[in-house]
Design a protein around this ligand. Structure first.
Ligand code: NAD
Ligand code: MN
Length: 487
């Protein structure tokens, strides 16, 4: 099935060169059948050091540092063009490596990457400081301005659920800001970022501007610990996010974190069910539930509860489950044996602690890591199904009786990444949007990130916002220049 895929080299890309790093190799698997598709170096601290030094030299290099903003913009557009030209290969690589349906990777993941580079290309020429008047000095006595300077070397660490998209969410603004990057893709899904490195090379970025270091958590830790890195941009688990914060406490390098979620989908009694039911189903199960902002807690009015649950279960069972490279698949496997085992352990302990299994709950086949779309029901806010991120195709449904109770229920989470609301009442929509503790609230729609719209978490879902103009706060430092005019 994968004969027409040309895999990129399984090597680090540092200072414009493909190179090994470390003595250990990490096998990489196809989650649709468990077969090994390659192996990557588990790069050691010395290799990370080489990459960070290359990125530092790249940052100091006048060919990058002094490049006219519109020349940087042109480079980003050239990269976007190359992604378009290589879209089919990129989508296939992503589907092979991650397991996600090609129907999504070819229409969503890869086109989103092109859009992100094009959108951020436009920002290159719009990042400026301001001229200011000091408040305590005589008018006209000083010339004061701010400069917005690229923060320097960015260490980007990304997960496996959207390997290319989440990498590009960091790369596009970091490069637009004039930073240089050392990126570590997840060890489970390294290949689309390696293919991107080939395209960066072809696009003609100066060497050292973009570096890929392969490896596992130990490699990520070496990036976090490296004193030459100015900023860490991390997407992944809340546990690792917290450990990164502890690690950077010794040098206070800048950090942004996009972490987990347990986002509510709220169906109001007046909702248009022909919108709400397929919407709630997609919010929970697309990408096999491996989306940080998936709508994994469904709140439905008690009097429509059974009807809504049956509707969601029906809609979910209509998704064809199969290997990512099969063009008819709508749901792929979860990423790994370990992830699958963890999901089943959580389903079991939720049921043992009183949740009921409405539908699904079983593995499909015995090759690959396919799990049936699963619905658990609980009204116990201490049940793991209510509290914990499963990161798989599992939806937890809870009935509600009145609207005051609803907001408290929806906000009863240590996370606060997103929320989905389905209602036909304008006032209810805006009132809920204001009360929900979530970085993004979708109303009568779901799962639609946009490069111009800030995205990030309240509470333990993270620090900082990606996308939109807001993201530049994290890739630029503000410098104030105060000059006496001598009068
Ligand atoms: P993870 O946090 O362990 O891994 C994410 C990235 O961080 C990977 O590249 C990994 O190699 C790296 N990493 C691991 N330990 C590190 C360390 N100490 N220092 C620096 N980098 C380190 O996440 P995972 O194991 O891939 O997934 C586990 C859970 O994370 C999932 O079940 C899910 O709950 C959550 N997750 C969230 C997102 C999201 O988009 N927010 C994405 C994937 C996974
Ligand atoms: Mn893989």
């Amino acid at each position: 099935m994968n004969n027409d895929i040309t895999m990129p080299r399984s090597l680090n890309y540092i200072d414009g060169q493909w190179c090994h790093g470390g003595d250990r190799e990490i096998p990489v698997y196809n989650p649709a059948d468990g077969s090994q598709i390659g192996s990557i170096p588990c790069s050691d601290a010395a290799t990370v050091d080489k990459a960070v030094k290359a990125a530092r030299a790249g940052f100091e290099n006048p060919e990058w540092r002094n490049l006219a903003p519109m020349a940087r913009e042109a480079l980003l557009h050239r990269l976007a063009n190359l992604i378009e030209e290589n879209a089919e290969q990129l989508a296939k690589i992503e589907s092979l490596d991650n397991g996600k349906p090609i129907a999504f990777s070819s229409t969503l993941d890869v086109p989103l990457c092109t859009s992100w580079f094009r959108y951020f290309a436009g920002w290159c020429s719009k990042l400026s400081g301001k001229s200011l008047n000091p408040a305590l000095q005589a008018a006209g006595s000083h010339h004061v301005y701010t400069r917005r300077e690229p923060i320097g070397v960015v260490g980007a660490i990304v997960p496996w659920n959207f390997p290319l998209v989440l990498a590009v969410w960091k790369l596009a603004p970091a490069l637009a800001a004039g930073c240089t990057v050392v990126i570590k893709p997840a060890e489970l899904t390294p290949y689309s970022v390696l293919k991107l490195a080939e395209l960066v090379d072809q696009a003609g970025f100066p060497k050292g501007v973009f570096n890929v270091v392969l490896g596992d958590g130990s490699t990520g830790q070496a990036i976090v610990d490296h004193p030459g890195v100015n900023k860490i941009s991390f997407t992944g688990s809340t546990a690792v996010g917290k450990s990164i914060l502890r690690s950077v406490s010794h040098d206070l390098k800048r950090v942004t974190l996009e972490l987990g979620g347990k986002s509510p989908t709220i169906i109001m009694p007046d909702a248009d069910m022909s919108l709400a039911i397929p919407g709630a189903t997609q919010a929970a199960f697309v990408n096999s539930g491996q989306i940080c902002f998936a709508g994994t807690r469904l709140f439905a009015p008690r009097k429509h509860f059974e009807q809504i649950l049956d509707g969601v279960a029906d809609a979910a069972s209509s998704f064809k489950i199969g290997p990512g490279l099969d063009p008819t698949s709508m749901l792929g496997p979860v990423i790994s044996q370990k992830q699958m085992d963890g999901i089943f352990t959580r389903i079991d302990s939720s049921v043992q602690q009183g949740a009921s299994l409405h539908s699904g709950g079983k593995r499909i086949g015995d090759a690959g890591y396919f799990i049936e779309p699963t619905i658990l029901v609980t009204d116990d806010n201490q049940n793991p199904a209510f509290r914990e991120e499963f990161f798989g195709p599992v939806l937890t449904a809870t009935p509600y009786d009145d609207l005051d109770e609803l907001v408290a229920l929806a906000n009863d989470s240590s996370y606060g990444l997103a929320a989905h609301v389905y209602t036909s009442q304008l006032n209810a929509a805006h009132q809920l949007a204001a009360k929900l503790e979530a970085g993004t609230v979708w109303v009568n729609t779901q799962l639609s990130p946009d490069p111009n719209i800030p995205f990030g978490g309240f509470k333990q879902s993270g620090w900082g916002r990606e996308n939109g103009e807001d993201v530049f706060e994290h890739y630029l430092e503000t410098k104030s220049v105060i000059m006496s005019l001598g009068n």
